[in-house]
Design a protein around this ligand. Structure first.
Ligand code: SAM
Length: 347
């Protein structure tokens, strides 16, 4: 029944809002499989059966923000805070390079320790030691000037999820001083400067409605990001959302398939959150259209402290040490984990 809509989405890369609503609210298991088959076809068209890896370095869990859903929010007094220094980060890159990573992602809370000067110094050091690698940043909202300086120092990509494109929903997930308009301005600044930009949202975040999701899809279509990261919301015991239901694997995968058809050339990760709520979740992500995985390169002693949500995978095969396991898992489903920068095809 939905097959016609999925075919239309495949051909036209978009659907009118009401047709998209119908699809999101009424799809059957057969529709889902059909969507995933078409999503894989699109993924093969531009990137073949390659899965790109990104070495994730969680540089700090200090954060000046207080996002209601996030385990490392400022108000959470139960977090043991840490930040990595330049040497720690370069150690992670060294190990990562040997394991085959050609992209390093530095992600963290909004931590005042990482001034522009300090970040530029770290970025230039990585780029001079590993000129064949890409540097991705995910450090939240900063000034345009700051983004520009880090770009000039050699940063290639920036990940900043918009979280939800609906203002009233954004204000239920964040305190009053955090505004959707600021996030959006940051995303356009990043694009304008020349970064490959990633955005995205949590699936099943508290109070999320179908209309919110439709707004998210429309926002992504307008922004045209090079990367799109979505993952299920997972509650954290020390946040006000501790009793809220988690997002589902099913809806996350379905939206990933839709996003692949809307954005055939995008780099779409099968996120850690997906692997956390279901064993094998990241393989399912790849089979629904994802083509990136982001194993953890952070030093082992800090991994448990970067706990964005309960039970976040932080040992075992999400970690970079187990690249061989990840490779085998992907090969089993017909995909090849490659040691490449994995830039967007148009960049
Ligand atoms: N501070 C940077 C920022 O805001 O972009 C990067 C770090 S932030 C912790 C990275 C992402 O974690 C957020 O964009 C958010 O979507 C995700 N996240 C935070 N809490 C989560 C939760 N409870 N469940 C799922 N994802 C969560």
């Amino acid at each position: 029944m939905m097959k016609n809509l999925i075919d239309k989405l495949y051909d036209e890369r978009t659907l009118p809002r009401e047709e998209m609503r119908t699809l999101l609210e009424n799809y059957t298991p057969e529709d889902r499989e059909y969507l995933f088959a078409l999503a894989r076809r699109r993924q093969l068209q531009y990137y073949g059966n390659k899965v790109f890896t990104r070495g994730l370095i969680e540089i700090s869990n200090y954060c000046k923000n207080d996002c209601i859903y996030c385990g490392i929010r400022r108000s959470n007094r139960n977090v043991q805070r840490y930040h990595l220094n330049k040497e720690d980060i370069l150690e992670c890159c060294k190990a990562g390079y040997e394991w085959g990573f050609r992209t390093f992602v530095m992600q963290g809370g909004e931590d005042g320790k990482y001034t522009d000067d300090y970040m530029c110094d770290i970025i230039s050091a990585i780029k001079s030691q590993y000129p064949d690698c890409a540097v991705t940043l995910s450090l939240g909202e900063r000034s345009r000037e700051s983004y520009q300086r880090m770009f000039d120092a050699g940063a290639d990509r920036y990940l900043l999820r918009h979280e939800t494109a609906t203002e009233s929903h954004y204000s239920r997930l964040h305190p009053e001083d955090q505004l959707l308009s600021t996030r959006i301005k940051c995303l356009y600044d990043l694009k304008d400067i020349g970064y490959q930009v990633g955005t995205g949202f949590m699936v099943g975040s508290p109070y999320q409605t179908t209309d919110n999701l439709l707004n998210d899809l429309e926002f992504i279509q307008k922004l045209q990001p090079e990367m799109i990261g979505i993952g299920p919301f997972i509650s954290h015991k020390d946040t006000p959302f501790k009793d809220c239901a988690n997002g589902t694997v099913g809806m996350t995968l379905f939206l990933m398939g839709i996003l692949r058809l809307m954005n055939p050339k995008a780099l779409i990760p099968a996120t850690t959150a997906l692997g956390t709520i279901q064993d094998g979740g990241r393989e399912l992500g790849v089979l629904a259209g994802a083509n990136v995985v982001m194993p953890n390169l952070s030093p082992v002693d800090v991994r448990k402290k970067y706990m964005l949500y309960d039970n976040k995978l932080c040992t075992g095969d999400e970690a970079a040490e187990s690249c061989a396991v990840l490779k085998a898992r992907m090969e089993r489903i017909g995909y090849q984990v490659v040691s490449e920068r994995g830039d967007h095809v148009d960049k």
